[in-house]
Ligand binder design. Structure first.
Ligand SMILES: Cc1cc2nc3c(=O)[nH]c(=O)nc-3n(C[C@H](O)[C@H](O)[C@H](O)COP(=O)(O)O)c2cc1C
Length: 284
């Protein structure tokens, strides 16, 4: 009771239902894993193996998609007859006859521990939410979870299938190291040119590669994080201080004054990437 049944990767669990979800066919592997004799299960509603840890919102999505005539992948925790459980990735699709849906079929394969772990968290949140919210509200919460990560449902399934964390696609694609290095080089390069008496032009914060990236991301939901505004300000300050540095160096300002500007630029650069790290971490 309540032990996990591990499924061999070579095994394919298959079942078929009528259009109402009544089981019309199960293969031998289905019977041996779910612990039912075929005659016990044929004619029963497929919810006979429903596990209480499964959110209603997932089945809503499954049925809405099937009713639209489309196939769907879903991660499902099922319950065997003796109360044990098993996780599957199911591919469920309508079977057509003369253009009309005649039945549905589901092919299921095992999933890895990484995916189970992540789904446990997400599904538990939804199940808890469903205790005092409607299935539609829970479904909206699930959609919001995906939207916050800038993922479609298909991308969510794909990321989990490839053992990737469901982090926010936009923030996880920001190359923090690259931008940090760029800004260190930006500073070194300017100091070097000033020392050589070469012509120096400091770009505004909106025009460097990082500034363009910030501009591109500014409508994303994770930019409401308070550290986002902070990092944008620090970034502006870095560019403004470097401009000031060039101007002052060329007008013969004292070394300690120049040094103090460069120290501010250095600490502001550290703050930019600290803040950005916080935003990335919390948008996961
Ligand atoms: C082909 C097919 C396969 C299904 N397989 C499962 C399954 O493995 N486990 C499950 O809990 N529900 C499965 N369902 C969904 C069930 O029909 C049902 O919607 C779900 O168990 C939730 O129960 P409820 O609708 O009574 O709330 C399947 C549906 C179809 C059409």
């Amino acid at each position: 009771m309540n032990n996990e049944i591990l499924i061999n990767n070579q095994q394919m669990i298959v079942s078929q239902t009528d259009i109402k979800g009544k089981i019309t066919y199960v293969n031998d592997i289905f019977c041996s894993i779910a612990g039912y004799h075929r005659e016990e299960i044929i004619g029963k509603n497929h919810n006979i193996i429903r596990h209480p840890d499964m959110p209603k919102a997932v089945f809503k999505l499954l049925w809405d998609t099937l009713h639209a005539g489309k196939p769907i992948y879903a991660f499902v925790k099922n319950m065997a007859k003796n109360g044990d459980y098993y996780w599957v990735k199911a591919y469920v699709k309508p079977i057509l006859n003369n253009g009309f849906v005649e039945s549905y079929v589901s092919y299921r394969k095992p999933i890895d521990d990484f995916t189970k772990e992540l789904l446990n968290g997400i599904y538990a949140t939804l199940v808890e939410y469903e205790k005092n919210h409607t299935v539609e509200e829970s479904f909206s919460l699930f959609l919001k979870y995906l939207k916050d990560r800038n993922l479609s449902y298909e991308q969510f399934i794909n990321r989990l299938s490839t053992k990737k964390n469901v982090t926010n696609v936009d923030t996880s694609n920001i190359d923090l190291d690259k931008f940090h290095t760029d800004h260190i080089l930006f500073k070194i390069n300017i100091i070097d040119k000033v020392k050589r008496g070469a012509k120096v032009e400091v770009v505004d914060s909106c025009c460097c590669a990082f500034g363009k990236e910030l501009e591109r991301l500014k409508d994303k939901s994770f930019t409401s994080h308070p550290d986002w505004a902070k990092l944008v300000q620090y970034h502006k300050a870095v560019h403004a201080h470097m401009k000031d540095y060039v101007f002052k160096a060329q007008s013969g300002a004292r070394q300690d004054e120049l040094q103090s500007l460069l120290s501010t630029v250095e600490s502001d650069t550290i703050e930019i990437f600290k803040s950005l790290n916080n935003v990335v971490d919390q948008s996961k």
